[in-house]
Write a protein that binds this ligand. Structure first.
Ligand SMILES: [Zn+2]
Length: 210
């Protein structure tokens, strides 16, 4: 099994206490003043508090215990065909603007005697999405974590996302949609394996939209 340090490293966990609500509250009050708003008006009175609470949830991924995440959901099996989990919805924040990017992840792996409960894969995506991210890193972190946990023959992750920082800031809309992928093991080495996965996820896939 894993030693704690390896698993916490693979999950890129920040091992400290919770987020600093007080600093977020006072900073949001300053931002409200800086944009010309009145932090004392009724609608905004509780906003710094709400923002602090929402960051605690939106950025919870740094502090999720990876042992709890995978605990009890690893099984030894004699199965070595591709396992695919498609259309995993996720919500993240871009690290450049702290604005949302949202989309879908498709994850596949080829087991080597070990599988993980299917419901855990969306939770792993969620753990990495609930941080300040760039889509490329989110993609490779999910792939590397599964590789570390399962030591499978291969892992593939494809993520399609819409970036609100481009959509809201008047950049041309077609620039706001991005697809990234990370292929390890068989998926990287073997064209037929990769094609099987990509064919599967493109089948009857609905385009991303709001
Ligand atoms: Zn951005």
């Amino acid at each position: 099994m894993h030693n704690p340090e390896e698993l916490f490293n693979a999950a890129s966990i920040i091992c400290d206490d919770g987020i600093d609500h007080e600093t977020i509250r006072s900073s949001v009050t300053k931002i409200l003043k800086a944009v010309g708003e009145d932090p004392e008006r009724e609608g905004l009175l509780n906003t710094p508090n709400r923002v602090a609470k929402s960051y605690e949830e939106l950025l919870a991924g740094y502090r999720i215990d990876p042992y709890k995440l995978i605990n009890g959901a690893m099984f030894d099996v004699d199965y070595d065909e591709m396992v695919i989990v498609r259309d995993i919805e996720f919500y993240s924040l871009c690290e450049h603007h702290m604005l949302p990017f949202i989309g879908r992840a498709h994850v596949a792996y080829i087991p080597d005697k070990k599988v993980i409960g299917l419901s855990k894969i969306p939770r792993i995506v969620d753990m990495f999405a609930r941080r300040l991210q760039v889509q490329e890193r989110l993609t490779s972190q999910v792939a590397c974590f599964l590789d570390e946990v399962l030591h499978p023959h291969g892992v593939a992750v494809v993520i399609e996302a819409l970036h609100l920082c481009s959509m809201m800031r008047g950049v041309k809309k077609h620039d706001s949609r991005m697809t990234t992928s990370s292929m390890l093991g068989y998926f990287r080495k073997n064209l037929a394996t990769r094609t099987e996965f990509l064919d599967n996820i493109s089948r009857s896939a609905e385009p991303l939209h709001f």
